[in-house]
Design a binder for this molecule. Structure first.
Ligand SMILES: [Zn+2]
Ligand SMILES: [Zn+2]
Length: 265
């Protein structure tokens, strides 16, 4: 099995030593992982710096990849925090580093991190969620040289009612164009088990989004726990795999030098 979304102390919000993350993955019997530390330049909140020092990150990851080569495949990735105005910046940035895998995630909408309650204040849930999905589409139009779209319905983790009233039908007008664009641009869909940790009872995105991606012709699916600590590596993977099978997913992807490799589920 493969965990293709995890953070280490190179991310502004994790203290986990890289070795501890890799060793946790080996203990769980994973054959391949991708470390995807945050790079969110121009992040609006002051509390945390999510800018990745990629010049030191990249050689460090290369040395870990060598050190653990006989035990596990360590791939080098990044989770880009997309914002519409950063398209040209990211296009230039990714040219400088031979990443195996690039996740494009939307954390910020309307100038705020949707993680914070302030984003939901003074308006109803459908406006808040709708603005988030509009921003995802805007971000993908501004920059699409990514391998997967990270945790597509991330916003429902943090809304006051989380996913209680969230259905595919209610947000289809936002989600359909996003899924169609992903497929047109050959971008995969990341299935993120962080939703289980946040009490949603499901992954991000939810199963109906995964089903719709497949029915529209999408084929590239990756699985990631979004672990920021070693104990969360491959979190709830058996549950997620059962859900993926139920959705009709037949292959999971790993990536090497930005090329997908399909593995039978
Ligand atoms: Zn993220
Ligand atoms: Zn992440």
């Amino acid at each position: 099995m493969f965990d293709y979304h995890m953070h280490t102390c190179y991310s502004g919000d994790s203290d986990a030593p890289v070795e501890d993350m890799i060793e946790a993955a080996i203990k769980k019997g994973l054959s391949s992982i991708c470390i995807t530390d945050h790079h969110d330049p121009d992040f609006p909140q002051d509390e945390c710096d999510f800018t990745l020092n990629t010049d030191s990150y990249f050689p460090a990851m290369e040395s870990f990849r060598e050190k653990y080569r006989s035990k596990i495949d360590v791939r080098i990735g990044v989770e880009l925090g997309l914002q519409p105005h950063l398209g040209p910046y990211f296009a230039d940035y990714i040219k400088n580093y031979p990443f195996d895998f690039i996740i494009g995630s939307t954390h910020v909408a309307g100038g705020q991190d949707v993680y914070y309650p302030a984003y939901y204040k003074g308006r109803n849930e459908s406006e808040a969620y709708g603005e988030y999905f509009e921003t995802v589409l805007e971000n993908l139009n501004a920059f699409s040289d990514i391998d997967v779209c990270g945790h597509l319905d991330y916003v429902v983790r943090y809304g006051p009612n989380k996913n209680r009233y969230y259905t595919y039908e209610a947000y289809a007008s936002y989600l359909e164009p996003i899924l169609k664009l992903l497929i047109e641009k050959n971008i995969g869909l990341e299935v993120n088990t962080g939703g289980y940790k946040r009490g949603l009872g499901t992954t991000n995105p939810m199963p109906d989004v995964i089903r719709r991606y497949l029915s529209l012709g999408g084929e590239i699916i990756t699985l990631g726990a979004d672990a920021h600590t070693p104990d969360m590596v491959a979190y709830e993977f058996p549950r997620a795999v059962a859900l993926l099978k139920e959705c009709g997913v037949r292959y999971l992807c790993t990536f090497q030098q930005r090329k997908p490799v399909f593995h039978k589920l």
